[in-house]
Design a protein around this ligand. Structure first.
Ligand code: C2E
Ligand code: MG
Ligand code: MG
Ligand code: MG
Length: 274
Protein backbone atom coordinates (compact mmCIF):
# COMPACT_ATOMS: atom_id res chain seq x y z
CA UNK A 1 0.00 0.00 0.00
CA UNK A 2 2.82 2.36 0.97
CA UNK A 3 4.61 1.43 -2.24
CA UNK A 4 1.58 2.21 -4.37
CA UNK A 5 1.31 5.55 -2.67
CA UNK A 6 5.01 6.27 -3.34
CA UNK A 7 4.55 5.30 -6.97
CA UNK A 8 1.60 7.64 -7.26
CA UNK A 9 3.69 10.39 -5.79
CA UNK A 10 6.41 9.85 -8.35
CA UNK A 11 3.90 10.02 -11.17
CA UNK A 12 2.44 13.16 -9.64
CA UNK A 13 5.93 14.65 -9.28
CA UNK A 14 6.82 13.87 -12.88
CA UNK A 15 3.60 15.37 -14.14
CA UNK A 16 4.15 18.51 -12.09
CA UNK A 17 7.76 18.76 -13.11
CA UNK A 18 7.87 21.75 -15.40
CA UNK A 19 9.08 21.65 -18.96
CA UNK A 20 12.01 23.74 -17.80
CA UNK A 21 13.18 21.06 -15.37
CA UNK A 22 12.81 18.29 -17.94
CA UNK A 23 14.72 20.40 -20.43
CA UNK A 24 17.46 20.93 -17.91
CA UNK A 25 17.87 17.20 -17.34
CA UNK A 26 18.00 16.62 -21.07
CA UNK A 27 20.56 19.35 -21.63
CA UNK A 28 22.75 18.00 -18.85
CA UNK A 29 22.66 14.51 -20.34
CA UNK A 30 23.54 15.87 -23.78
CA UNK A 31 26.34 18.05 -22.44
CA UNK A 32 27.87 15.03 -20.73
CA UNK A 33 28.14 13.41 -24.17
CA UNK A 34 29.17 16.57 -26.00
CA UNK A 35 32.78 16.53 -24.86
CA UNK A 36 33.43 12.97 -26.02
CA UNK A 37 31.46 13.56 -29.22
CA UNK A 38 33.70 16.49 -30.14
CA UNK A 39 30.89 19.06 -30.09
CA UNK A 40 32.70 21.78 -28.14
CA UNK A 41 34.27 24.61 -30.13
CA UNK A 42 37.05 27.03 -29.30
CA UNK A 43 36.22 30.66 -30.10
CA UNK A 44 38.58 33.60 -29.66
CA UNK A 45 37.95 37.29 -29.10
CA UNK A 46 40.73 39.84 -29.61
CA UNK A 47 42.05 42.15 -26.90
CA UNK A 48 43.60 45.31 -28.30
CA UNK A 49 45.63 48.21 -26.97
CA UNK A 50 44.80 51.91 -27.40
CA UNK A 51 46.36 51.86 -30.88
CA UNK A 52 44.11 48.97 -31.94
CA UNK A 53 46.91 46.40 -31.95
CA UNK A 54 45.97 42.88 -30.83
CA UNK A 55 47.88 42.12 -27.63
CA UNK A 56 46.03 38.99 -26.64
CA UNK A 57 42.71 37.21 -26.86
CA UNK A 58 40.19 35.40 -24.69
CA UNK A 59 39.21 31.80 -25.33
CA UNK A 60 35.44 31.31 -25.14
CA UNK A 61 33.64 28.00 -25.46
CA UNK A 62 30.71 27.27 -27.78
CA UNK A 63 28.67 24.08 -28.11
CA UNK A 64 27.96 22.92 -31.64
CA UNK A 65 24.84 20.91 -30.92
CA UNK A 66 23.66 18.47 -33.63
CA UNK A 67 20.06 19.78 -33.49
CA UNK A 68 20.10 23.00 -31.49
CA UNK A 69 22.90 24.60 -33.50
CA UNK A 70 25.55 26.81 -31.89
CA UNK A 71 24.69 27.06 -28.20
CA UNK A 72 26.10 30.08 -26.25
CA UNK A 73 27.80 29.58 -22.85
CA UNK A 74 24.95 31.22 -20.92
CA UNK A 75 22.81 28.20 -21.89
CA UNK A 76 25.16 25.58 -20.46
CA UNK A 77 28.02 26.98 -18.35
CA UNK A 78 25.83 27.63 -15.26
CA UNK A 79 24.42 24.11 -15.67
CA UNK A 80 27.90 22.62 -16.04
CA UNK A 81 29.06 24.59 -12.98
CA UNK A 82 26.46 22.87 -10.81
CA UNK A 83 28.32 19.58 -11.22
CA UNK A 84 31.75 18.15 -12.01
CA UNK A 85 30.88 18.56 -15.70
CA UNK A 86 32.52 21.98 -15.63
CA UNK A 87 35.85 20.37 -14.78
CA UNK A 88 35.85 18.24 -17.95
CA UNK A 89 34.70 21.21 -20.00
CA UNK A 90 37.34 23.62 -18.65
CA UNK A 91 39.98 20.94 -19.02
CA UNK A 92 39.06 20.49 -22.68
CA UNK A 93 39.38 24.26 -23.24
CA UNK A 94 42.67 24.44 -21.38
CA UNK A 95 44.11 21.62 -23.50
CA UNK A 96 42.91 23.31 -26.74
CA UNK A 97 44.39 26.64 -25.67
CA UNK A 98 47.74 25.02 -24.79
CA UNK A 99 47.82 23.36 -28.21
CA UNK A 100 47.04 26.67 -29.89
CA UNK A 101 49.74 28.48 -27.87
CA UNK A 102 52.29 25.89 -28.94
CA UNK A 103 51.20 26.21 -32.58
CA UNK A 104 51.44 30.02 -32.49
CA UNK A 105 54.90 29.75 -31.01
CA UNK A 106 56.04 27.27 -33.71
CA UNK A 107 54.68 29.58 -36.40
CA UNK A 108 56.54 32.53 -34.88
CA UNK A 109 53.45 34.57 -33.87
CA UNK A 110 53.19 33.99 -30.13
CA UNK A 111 50.26 35.67 -28.38
CA UNK A 112 48.85 35.79 -24.88
CA UNK A 113 45.66 33.76 -24.49
CA UNK A 114 43.27 33.96 -21.54
CA UNK A 115 41.08 31.05 -20.55
CA UNK A 116 38.22 31.00 -18.03
CA UNK A 117 38.66 28.74 -15.02
CA UNK A 118 35.62 27.86 -12.95
CA UNK A 119 36.06 28.06 -9.12
CA UNK A 120 35.17 24.37 -8.76
CA UNK A 121 37.94 23.46 -11.15
CA UNK A 122 40.52 25.74 -9.56
CA UNK A 123 39.74 24.37 -6.09
CA UNK A 124 40.59 20.80 -7.09
CA UNK A 125 43.66 19.47 -5.37
CA UNK A 126 45.32 18.44 -8.63
CA UNK A 127 44.73 21.74 -10.46
CA UNK A 128 48.37 22.90 -10.45
CA UNK A 129 49.60 19.50 -11.65
CA UNK A 130 46.97 19.44 -14.36
CA UNK A 131 48.07 22.80 -15.78
CA UNK A 132 51.70 21.74 -15.57
CA UNK A 133 50.93 18.50 -17.40
CA UNK A 134 48.94 20.21 -20.17
CA UNK A 135 51.69 22.78 -20.71
CA UNK A 136 54.36 20.09 -20.87
CA UNK A 137 52.34 17.81 -23.17
CA UNK A 138 51.67 20.62 -25.65
CA UNK A 139 55.01 22.39 -25.52
CA UNK A 140 53.31 25.74 -24.81
CA UNK A 141 55.10 28.53 -22.93
CA UNK A 142 53.52 29.14 -19.55
CA UNK A 143 54.23 32.86 -19.88
CA UNK A 144 51.62 33.19 -22.65
CA UNK A 145 48.90 31.49 -20.64
CA UNK A 146 46.50 33.65 -18.63
CA UNK A 147 43.99 32.07 -16.28
CA UNK A 148 40.82 34.11 -15.75
CA UNK A 149 39.48 33.52 -12.29
CA UNK A 150 36.59 35.11 -10.42
CA UNK A 151 36.00 36.32 -6.93
CA UNK A 152 33.98 33.15 -6.28
CA UNK A 153 37.24 31.24 -6.18
CA UNK A 154 38.24 32.84 -2.91
CA UNK A 155 35.55 31.32 -0.69
CA UNK A 156 37.14 28.90 1.74
CA UNK A 157 40.82 28.84 2.57
CA UNK A 158 42.39 31.96 1.07
CA UNK A 159 45.89 30.82 1.98
CA UNK A 160 45.39 27.65 -0.02
CA UNK A 161 44.19 29.67 -3.01
CA UNK A 162 47.20 31.97 -2.79
CA UNK A 163 49.62 29.05 -2.45
CA UNK A 164 48.23 27.43 -5.61
CA UNK A 165 48.33 30.68 -7.54
CA UNK A 166 51.92 31.26 -6.49
CA UNK A 167 52.98 27.81 -7.70
CA UNK A 168 51.50 28.55 -11.11
CA UNK A 169 52.94 32.04 -11.12
CA UNK A 170 56.40 30.60 -10.48
CA UNK A 171 55.94 28.59 -13.66
CA UNK A 172 55.16 31.82 -15.53
CA UNK A 173 51.36 31.56 -15.69
CA UNK A 174 49.50 34.85 -15.19
CA UNK A 175 46.18 35.51 -13.46
CA UNK A 176 43.39 37.84 -14.44
CA UNK A 177 40.44 38.72 -12.17
CA UNK A 178 37.34 38.40 -14.36
CA UNK A 179 34.04 40.28 -13.94
CA UNK A 180 35.69 42.51 -11.37
CA UNK A 181 33.21 44.36 -9.22
CA UNK A 182 30.26 42.00 -9.69
CA UNK A 183 31.06 39.43 -6.99
CA UNK A 184 31.80 39.68 -3.31
CA UNK A 185 34.97 41.59 -4.01
CA UNK A 186 37.16 42.39 -1.12
CA UNK A 187 39.93 44.85 -1.70
CA UNK A 188 41.85 43.15 1.10
CA UNK A 189 41.89 39.87 -0.86
CA UNK A 190 42.72 41.65 -4.06
CA UNK A 191 45.89 42.96 -2.48
CA UNK A 192 46.98 39.48 -1.39
CA UNK A 193 46.24 37.59 -4.59
CA UNK A 194 49.11 37.30 -7.09
CA UNK A 195 47.10 38.59 -10.06
CA UNK A 196 48.49 40.81 -12.78
CA UNK A 197 45.25 42.00 -14.37
CA UNK A 198 41.71 43.17 -13.62
CA UNK A 199 38.85 42.79 -16.08
CA UNK A 200 36.17 45.41 -15.67
CA UNK A 201 32.79 43.80 -16.15
CA UNK A 202 30.92 44.79 -19.29
CA UNK A 203 27.94 45.99 -17.27
CA UNK A 204 30.00 48.92 -15.95
CA UNK A 205 31.58 49.69 -19.32
CA UNK A 206 28.33 49.75 -21.23
CA UNK A 207 26.73 52.32 -18.96
CA UNK A 208 29.89 54.33 -18.32
CA UNK A 209 29.00 56.94 -20.94
CA UNK A 210 25.35 57.32 -19.90
CA UNK A 211 25.27 56.76 -16.14
CA UNK A 212 27.43 58.85 -13.81
CA UNK A 213 27.43 56.11 -11.16
CA UNK A 214 28.91 53.61 -13.60
CA UNK A 215 31.38 56.21 -14.80
CA UNK A 216 32.49 56.76 -11.20
CA UNK A 217 32.81 53.01 -10.62
CA UNK A 218 34.95 52.58 -13.73
CA UNK A 219 37.17 55.46 -12.66
CA UNK A 220 37.54 53.93 -9.20
CA UNK A 221 38.52 50.54 -10.61
CA UNK A 222 41.04 52.20 -12.92
CA UNK A 223 42.54 54.03 -9.98
CA UNK A 224 42.70 50.90 -7.79
CA UNK A 225 44.41 49.05 -10.64
CA UNK A 226 46.91 51.81 -11.15
CA UNK A 227 47.81 51.94 -7.46
CA UNK A 228 48.19 48.16 -7.32
CA UNK A 229 50.16 48.10 -10.54
CA UNK A 230 47.64 45.90 -12.31
CA UNK A 231 46.91 45.80 -16.00
CA UNK A 232 43.28 46.51 -16.94
CA UNK A 233 41.08 44.89 -19.58
CA UNK A 234 37.76 46.57 -20.30
CA UNK A 235 35.14 44.03 -21.31
CA UNK A 236 32.22 44.77 -23.63
CA UNK A 237 33.51 47.92 -25.35
CA UNK A 238 30.93 48.47 -28.10
CA UNK A 239 31.22 52.15 -29.00
CA UNK A 240 34.01 54.58 -29.80
CA UNK A 241 32.65 56.80 -27.06
CA UNK A 242 33.26 54.07 -24.47
CA UNK A 243 36.77 53.45 -25.80
CA UNK A 244 37.55 57.19 -25.68
CA UNK A 245 36.21 57.43 -22.12
CA UNK A 246 38.64 54.72 -21.05
CA UNK A 247 41.64 55.91 -23.07
CA UNK A 248 41.29 59.41 -21.64
CA UNK A 249 41.68 58.00 -18.14
CA UNK A 250 44.20 55.17 -18.20
CA UNK A 251 46.20 52.69 -20.24
CA UNK A 252 43.53 50.09 -20.91
CA UNK A 253 43.28 46.96 -23.03
CA UNK A 254 39.96 46.76 -24.87
CA UNK A 255 37.86 43.68 -25.49
CA UNK A 256 34.53 44.21 -27.17
CA UNK A 257 32.42 44.11 -30.30
CA UNK A 258 33.90 47.47 -31.40
CA UNK A 259 37.19 45.67 -32.01
CA UNK A 260 36.03 42.14 -32.78
CA UNK A 261 33.51 39.48 -31.86
CA UNK A 262 34.41 36.01 -30.66
CA UNK A 263 35.14 33.89 -33.75
CA UNK A 264 36.01 30.24 -34.49
CA UNK A 265 39.68 29.37 -34.01
CA UNK A 266 40.17 28.59 -37.73
CA UNK A 267 39.18 32.00 -39.09
CA UNK A 268 40.84 33.72 -36.15
CA UNK A 269 44.09 31.91 -37.00
CA UNK A 270 43.90 32.96 -40.65
CA UNK A 271 43.60 36.61 -39.66
CA UNK A 272 46.28 36.29 -37.02
CA UNK A 273 48.74 34.88 -39.56
CA UNK A 274 47.99 37.58 -42.13
P1 C2E B 1 33.33 36.28 -19.58
O1 C2E B 1 34.46 35.42 -19.20
O2 C2E B 1 33.13 37.53 -18.81
O3 C2E B 1 33.51 36.59 -21.15
C1 C2E B 1 33.16 37.78 -21.76
C2 C2E B 1 31.80 37.69 -22.39
O4 C2E B 1 31.43 38.96 -22.91
C3 C2E B 1 31.75 36.73 -23.59
O5 C2E B 1 30.46 36.13 -23.62
C4 C2E B 1 31.89 37.68 -24.76
O6 C2E B 1 31.37 37.17 -25.97
C5 C2E B 1 31.08 38.85 -24.27
N1 C2E B 1 31.41 40.10 -24.95
C6 C2E B 1 32.62 40.52 -25.35
N2 C2E B 1 32.55 41.74 -25.91
C7 C2E B 1 31.25 42.10 -25.85
C8 C2E B 1 30.54 43.28 -26.28
O7 C2E B 1 31.09 44.23 -26.82
N3 C2E B 1 29.19 43.28 -26.06
C9 C2E B 1 28.54 42.24 -25.46
N4 C2E B 1 27.22 42.35 -25.28
N5 C2E B 1 29.19 41.13 -25.05
C10 C2E B 1 30.52 41.07 -25.24
P2 C2E B 1 30.24 34.59 -23.91
O8 C2E B 1 31.23 34.10 -24.91
O9 C2E B 1 28.79 34.42 -24.20
O10 C2E B 1 30.58 33.91 -22.51
C11 C2E B 1 29.80 34.17 -21.38
C12 C2E B 1 30.46 33.68 -20.14
O11 C2E B 1 30.54 32.25 -20.13
C13 C2E B 1 31.90 34.13 -19.97
O12 C2E B 1 31.94 35.45 -19.49
C14 C2E B 1 32.42 33.13 -19.00
O13 C2E B 1 32.06 33.45 -17.67
C15 C2E B 1 31.67 31.88 -19.41
N6 C2E B 1 32.55 31.05 -20.25
C16 C2E B 1 32.78 31.10 -21.58
N7 C2E B 1 33.67 30.14 -21.96
C17 C2E B 1 34.02 29.48 -20.84
C18 C2E B 1 34.90 28.37 -20.55
O14 C2E B 1 35.59 27.81 -21.41
N8 C2E B 1 34.97 27.95 -19.24
C19 C2E B 1 34.25 28.57 -18.24
N9 C2E B 1 34.38 28.09 -16.98
N10 C2E B 1 33.42 29.59 -18.47
C20 C2E B 1 33.32 30.05 -19.75
MG1 MG C 1 36.40 35.71 -19.02
MG1 MG D 1 33.68 34.95 -16.47
MG1 MG E 1 34.05 38.80 -17.76
Amino acid sequence: EAKAEGGARVVFFEAAMGDAVRERFRLERELRLAIGENQLRLYLQPQVDAAGLQVGCEALVRWQHPERGLVPPIMFIPLAESSELIVSLDRWMLAEVCRLLAQLKREGHPLRISVNISPRHFRREDFVDEVKRLLAASGADASYLVLEVTEGMVIGDVNDVIAKMNKLKEMGVQFSMDDFGTGYSSLAYLKRLPIHELKIDKGFIQDSTSDSNDAALVETILSVAQHMNLQVVAEGVETQEQADFLNARAKVIHQGYLFGRPEPVDTWLERHRA
